[in-house]
Design a protein around this ligand. Structure first.
Ligand code: GTR
Length: 324
């Protein structure tokens, strides 16, 4: 056979192989977040998507659906469990209904500070809790920062627990949060995040609680101008992947996704610190007032919550508290 013929065939084989790999459809993963573009969690996911795209040579794309487009947190967690949503950034709070042990991370004043929380989450306790999610159909990829949650109210500021008496306070759909409100003397109203603005406006609730960036982003500050730093919880965010999706990936792809999520966690923490400052400045300029109640009074009141959950998770609570 002529040399030029063999050479020609080889060129065609090469062209065919290259065009095949170039046109092989990438895997497109759906990622949910209930915040809008620009919020640190969404920007964190965007970085994760870029890293995954780059490291897989475009074979895995992550398409982000911000602003609760795919549903409220509870709904999106269910969808993640089923594999209809591949990646989901949520607060740990609504995860408690699916994986009860995560309740520990949502206990009031379980973390002494942000530094303490990250020491726990970045260490063996945090890693083990992420691993535990897999028994319920989730792969825990990374935690994101969400600061501390504080009360904000429509009519009067919360200066001590007795100010909460009889007030209807919206909470996330998490049994611990319901108990925390009861212990503090408030009436808890579990409600989806997206419904809070109109509930505050119409008087269905008297207040809610969240970190400064959420207070600002959602415009809740327009209707509830008193923000009281009692810091009752410090509930982290978590990036989940559906186990259904995870099982379709190769070991290399899994490693890339995990690495990208962890990298994005550090980026999100950096963005978080900036966003807190920005949010405080913006809501102050809009006339909101900040209050600094005596936190000890609140800590005293929430002790019964520890009695209730402490029994099941005594060891884990002690381990968290012992982290220096
Ligand atoms: C925010 C969190 C949201 C959502 C919200 C809420 O801090 O980032 O994902 O959980 O709180 O209160 O529902």
């Amino acid at each position: 056979m002529k040399k030029w013929f063999i050479g020609g065939v080889m060129v065609w084989v090469l062209v065919f192989a290259l065009s095949f790999s170039a046109f092989a459809a990438p895997m497109v993963l759906k990622a949910a977040d209930d915040h809008a573009n620009g919020y640190p969690t969404v920007e964190g996911l965007k970085l994760m998507a870029k890293v995954v795209d780059y490291m897989t040579n475009g074979q895995i794309k992550i398409k982000i659906y911000p602003g609760a487009q795919l549903g409220s947190e509870k709904e999106t967690i269910e969808q993640t469990q089923l594999g209809a949503i591949d990646i989901n950034r949520v607060s740990v709070s609504p995860v408690v209904a699916f994986v009860p042990k995560t309740a520990v991370l949502t206990l009031p004043y379980i973390f002494r500070s942000g530094k303490h929380m990250w020491k726990v989450l970045d260490g063996p306790i945090g890693k083990k809790l992420l691993d535990d999610l897999s028994s319920k159909g989730f792969i825990g990829l990374a935690y994101y920062d969400s600061g501390a949650r504080n009360f904000y109210t429509v009519k009067k500021p919360i200066l001590e627990p007795s100010d909460l008496k009889g007030l209807k306070i919206r909470v996330q759909k998490n049994p611990v949060m319901i108990d925390v409100m009861k212990a503090l003397g408030a009436s808890p109203v579990p409600m989806a995040f997206e419904e809070v603005y109109s509930a505050l406006q119409s008087g269905v609730i008297d207040g809610a609680e969240n970190n400064e960036p959420s207070y600002w982003e959602t415009s809740h500050y327009e209707v509830a101008k008193y923000y009281s730093y009692d810091g009752h919880t410090r509930i982290p965010e978590v990036v989940l992947m559906s186990k259904v999706t995870w099982n379709k990936l190769t070991p290399d792809q899994r490693l890339i996704i995990k690495t990208a999520a962890v990298a994005s966690s550090y980026y999100e923490r950096y963005l978080w610190a900036q966003m807190v400052k920005k949010a405080i400045k913006a809501v102050k300029a809009a006339g909101c007032k900040f209050f600094y109640p005596n936190v000890k009074l609140f800590q005293e009141k929430v002790k019964p919550v520890y009695e209730k959950y402490g029994e099941n998770y005594k060891k884990l609570i002690k381990e968290i508290q012992a982290v220096k």
